[in-house]
Design a protein around this ligand. Structure first.
Ligand SMILES: Cc1cc2nc3c(=O)[nH]c(=O)nc-3n(C[C@H](O)[C@H](O)[C@H](O)COP(=O)(O)OP(=O)(O)OC[C@H]3O[C@@H](n4cnc5c(N)ncnc54)[C@H](O)[C@@H]3O)c2cc1C
Ligand code: SF4
Length: 564
């Protein structure tokens, strides 16, 4: 399905409909621009397509994942670590996993909705510890756009006034559940900040959307649009103006340019027919996700841009980062003793732990935050695999049923998400030989964690184990040693990949300027995580959206001034 293109030439062509593309479209359409959006995946509307109301026993496949829904057949996100017809390669002996969505709304159909602002220090890290680079913009430049995103999209949380963890304009946060209160008590005793989560789920009505009714099924898509997805919260309202056209199953190949090097539009493959198509735009915005936008730019070669558009400095693909990650789970005997009660809530933790320590006193330079899991939510298909490992396990029949009731909800866990320092060995480039189904060169990834990240993840493991011990629990796994990288995730596995098209003040060391316009091509912009200079100890999407709004505002000003 698609809305019919109405024009021969558009004010703006946007590639990608995820967090960045949806936000850019919403702001540009609101400002009066006629916009065409190209999306490589198919149509998706949560109000129609969500499986939020299904019970686990409704699953004909007992919940098993499918090729395009690896997280289970009820999951809202179509995509995965591997996409048929669209391979990528990884340098020999290295590990990198690339998770891609292929649907209207992109990865916002699955994301955890943890919506954290970057803090003032996160834009100026080099000035603090001499590593990586400073951004060409500061927190002050982005703060008004974070405010706008908060007001339009909605976020719950609590005002805390913590250093480098700026508060948003919050709706009330749901109360912590029993296991979360227990975790908080342990964190308080250990001096770890533990505060209400900050999720883009509304707890009060907002912009004609109903508040959350606490069914905890966010990853299946929300039929009441109470959580944020780019499709239902940004794109459909924008399409109602009549100024946004959307073509789905449109795989962008390259940005086309005129003799002066200005972008003239985008060529793409109509995946339904395999035909090469072209749309004209006075301005082009790439928001296909950090690595995919880099790929499109590297593939946009012309006599003016022989190494790819905006790539005069050879920067595109470089400075790729992902959050570090590791997890520890454990059994908490005390939680088997609680009175059974309604443990409903949002689809995600109600608490989290922002970075609470001073890196100057530690042997690694950047911080991390802690996400928590556990609770008595609706059991999913295949739940409690490994029940035989619980203490005094009964075995069969009535005893087994009783064990399920007793042990359900007695496991909790912690996941760390930390900041990586960009390094020269982690990047993507065009694979010199491999092409996708449509003959478009694919990406080849190179990846290396440095000692900074290994030491940080070791600290995560030790902290999570202390928390579980403090709760009187038993950790499920032995502490991974140095030879296992202390349990560090593969690059890309935390699905926070950013960088690759970084912003800066110098075309020799950056790919886009401080407004996210490509160097040498003033009417081409990048509005996803590509322009980020560094990662922060926060999840990136709220910042991607604030940056996309800022870029869209700049485009509007330039259009009004006749400069674009
Ligand atoms: C399981 C999971 C949990 C996550 N949890 C969080 C979280 O809690 N907090 C957080 O901040 N972030 C989280 N993220 C990350 C978050 O989803 C991404 O940061 C965010 O969606 C990135 O936005 P984007 O616009 O750059 O890309 P996407 O949302 O990926 O959108 C890109 C879109 O472009 C389309 N596209 C790609 N290539 C082309 C092409 N050549 N032509 C046309 N269209 C194309 C894609 O099909 C896709 O729809 C999570 C991600 C996943 C998968
Ligand atoms: S928990 Fe709330 S936001 Fe999530 S799917 Fe249910 S109603 Fe929607």
């Amino acid at each position: 399905m698609q809305t019919q293109p109405k024009r021969l030439e558009y004010d703006v062509v946007i590639v990608g409909s995820g967090a960045g593309g949806g936000m850019a479209a919403s702001v540009l359409v609101e400002a009066g621009a006629n916009v065409l959006m190209l999306e490589a995946g198919g149509w998706w509307d949560n109000t129609m397509d969500s499986t939020m109301l299904k019970m686990p026993y409704d699953s004909p496949r007992r919940g098993a994942g499918t090729a395009d829904r690896p997280f289970g057949e009820f999951d809202a996100c179509i995509g995965g670590w591997q996409i048929p017809d669209e391979p990528y390669t990884v340098a020999a002996g290295q590990k990198f996993d690339w998770w891609r969505a292929r649907m209207l709304g992109g990865r916002t159909n699955h994301w955890g909705r943890i919506s954290l602002r970057f803090g003032p220090d996160d834009f100026q890290r080099k000035s603090i510890d001499g590593l990586g680079d400073n951004w060409p913009i500061t927190y002050k430049d982005l703060a008004p756009y974070y405010d706008k995103v908060d007001r339009l999209v909605g976020i719950f949380g609590s005002k805390e006034n913590l250093p480098n963890h700026p508060d948003s304009i919050f709706q009330p946060a749901p109360r912590p559940r029993c296991h979360e209160l227990y975790i908080k008590q342990a964190a308080d005793r250990l001096g770890i900040w533990c505060i209400p989560a900050r999720l883009s789920i509304i707890t009060k009505p907002l912009n004609n959307r109903a508040p959350c009714h606490y069914c905890a099924q966010c990853n299946r898509g929300c039929m009441t649009n109470s959580n944020f997805t780019s499709g239902n919260v940004l794109i459909f309202p924008a399409a109602k103006t009549g100024r946004l056209s959307i073509i789905t199953n449109a795989m962008a190949r390259e940005v086309t340019v005129d003799a002066k090097g200005n972008a003239t539009g985008v060529s793409y493959i109509d995946k339904a027919t395999g035909k090469d198509m072209h749309v004209k735009g006075r301005i082009v915005v790439l928001a296909a996700s950090a690595c995919e936008s880099a790929r499109i730019m590297l593939n946009s070669k012309s006599s003016r841009f022989p190494n790819g558009i905006g790539n005069q400095g050879g920067v595109i693909g470089k400075y790729l980062t992902d959050s570090t990650g590791t997890d520890v789970g454990g059994f908490i005997p005390k939680l088997t003793e609680r009175v059974r009660h309604n443990c409903d809530g949002v689809g995600g933790g109600h608490i989290y732990m922002p970075w609470w320590l001073d890196n100057k006193k530690l042997d690694f330079p950047r911080g991390y935050h802690i996400e928590v899991w556990g609770g008595l939510g609706q059991p999913g298909y295949g739940f409690m695999g490994g029940i035989e490992n619980y203490p005094n396990f009964s075995g069969y029949g009535a005893g087994l049923k009783e064990d399920y009731r007793r042990f359900w909800g007695s496991t909790i866990g912690f996941s760390g998400r930390g900041e990586m320092v960009p390094n020269a060995d982690s990047y993507c480039e065009l694979d010199p030989t491999r092409k996708d189904k449509w003959g478009i060169p694919v990406l080849k990834f190179h990846w290396k964690w440095s000692d900074y990240e290994f030491k940080q993840v070791k600290h995560m493991q030790e902290t999570f184990r202390k928390l579980i011990a403090e709760m009187g629990g038993e950790v499920w796994s032995a502490m991974p040693g140095k030879e296992k990288g202390y349990g560090i995730s593969n690059g890309g596995q935390i699905i926070h990949e950013v960088g690759t098209v970084r912003m800066g003040n110098d075309p020799k060391t950056s790919a886009v300027d401080a407004h996210q316009a490509a160097w040498g091509c003033k009417n081409l912009f990048v509005a996803d995580g590509g322009p980020m200079v560094s990662q922060a100890d926060k999840n990136p999407t709220w910042t991607i959206m604030a940056m996309a709004w800022r870029t869209a505002d700049y485009i509007t000003q330039q259009r009004k001034a006749g400069a674009l």
